[in-house]
Design a binder for this molecule. Structure first.
Ligand code: NAD
Ligand code: UFG
Length: 338
């Protein structure tokens, strides 16, 4: 069975390629390197032990996407490709809507033409919105509008896929709602490599640990949480990658529409993360409390029961392992892939 992995040069995609090959799937990877580089593909191939085919294409290009399906026999798509920076999406919403919606639509058009009916989508916990009760459960309706244009692209693509399942007999769509992916491959060869100053907590902390940034700014210490800092459900990227293998097994059973959280079910505070990372890197990381960041929710985590019951998938790696693996990657590659 051959899987087209879009965005497979990126952070989650590269780790998923390894788990897919391990599980016996053939893969074809497509990426335009808007937020990644060839070195990630080279290293992922090495870790897979397979020179899998790679195509440098912009998936918004309908003709190029269609040509991919002419060139390879594809059985299923895992669609990671997309722009993902929440803050940036508020500044350039049109680019976000265009890239994320067009890439999904061009894939669906090519799939329709080539009679391919299995689509796994990287969605996000952000679709639940600010008012959903925690832990987030798949039975909770999604928000009418997410808190950012980025989040709205996830909501819209979810709707597109729901309508596609209704319209095309035999079409299967798995919507995977990720919580906060962190960590890196145990080899330290691949990991998260954001350009510029990281927006997300873990890569920021890692850059402080390696001496590239001065100190961690903890956004808000007056939230209604045990230590006053926000709680999130951090999930190791390798556990997340394995969740995609479980989703592929589900899709092979012709699941129709299948919506599922990928999280651990545990909330960890920002302060706890900084402390755990200090342990991993062997020195106390300097931090200061800063004002709240606009749009942040105090606390959310996954209800992981549905994934456990329906996919037979449970996240196994804990916070310390996540921090150890990020430190391994960051200390081995202080400049990322460069
Ligand atoms: P990433 O930026 O590392 O990977 C995305 C990849 O897609 C990049 O390699 C990028 O070059 C590629 N890409 C983007 N637009 C493209 C296009 N038009 N054509 C071809 N390639 C294109 O991001 P990631 O963290 O690996 O996230 C993967 C997916 O998971 C994204 O859809 C993201 O929105 C979603 N997601 C991520 C998180 C997270 O915190 N990392 C949380 C929830 C959901
Ligand atoms: N944080 C800091 N300092 C930093 C960076 C982050 O204190 O330098 C805090 C944030 O305020 C938040 C927590 O660390 O409380 C986690 O922040 P991230 O930016 O790492 O992650 P978010 O929970 O904000 O974002 C994640 C995903 C998005 C998704 C969003 C909502 O990265 O894809 O959850 O579900 F849209």
């Amino acid at each position: 069975m051959t899987i087209l992995v879009t965005g497979g040069a990126g952070y989650i995609g590269s780790h998923t390629c390894i788990e897919l090959v391990k599980a016996g799937y053939d893969i074809v990877v497509a990426d335009n390197f808007v937020n990644s580089c060839m070195e990630a593909v080279v290293r992922t191939r090495k870790l897979c032990g397979v020179d899998f085919p790679f195509e440098e294409i912009d998936l918004c290009d309908y003709a190029a996407t269609d040509a991919l399906f002419d060139k390879y026999h594809i059985d299923a798509i895992i669609h990671f490709a997309g722009l993902k920076a929440v803050g940036e999406s508020t500044r350039i919403p049109i680019e976000y809507y265009k890239n994320n919606l067009d890439s999904a639509l061009s894939l669906l058009a090519a799939m329709k033409k080539h009679d391919v009916k299995n689509f796994i989508f990287s969605s996000s916990a952000t679709v639940y919105g600010a008012d959903a009760p925690v832990p987030y459960n798949e039975a909770t309706p999604v928000s009418r509008s997410a808190s950012s244009p980025y989040g709205n692209t996830k909501l819209m693509i979810e709707y597109i896929l729901k309508d596609t399942v209704k319209a095309i007999p035999g079409f299967n769509a798995v919507l995977l709602r990720y919580f906060n992916p962190v960590g890196a491959h145990e080899s330290g060869e691949i990991g998260e490599d954001p350009t510029g100053i990281p927006n997300n907590l873990m890569p920021y902390v890692a850059k402080v640990a390696v001496g590239k940034l001065d100190m961690v700014h903890i956004f808000g210490n007056d939230y209604p949480t045990p230590d006053g800092t926000c709680l999130r459900d951090y999930i190791h990227v390798v556990d997340l990658a394995k969740g995609h293998v479980a989703a592929l097994k589900k899709i092979q059973q012709n699941c129709g529409l299948f919506v599922c959280n990928l999280g651990t079910g545990k909330g960890t505070s920002v302060l706890e993360m900084v402390k755990a990372f200090s342990k991993s890197c062997g020195h106390e990381l300097p931090y200061e409390f800063a004002p709240r960041r606009e749009g942040d929710l105090p606390a959310f985590w996954a209800d992981p029961a549905f994934a456990r019951d329906e996919l037979g998938w449970v996240a196994e790696k804990g916070i310390q392992e996540m921090c150890d693996d990020v430190w391994h990657w960051q200390s081995k590659n202080p400049n990322g892939y460069k």
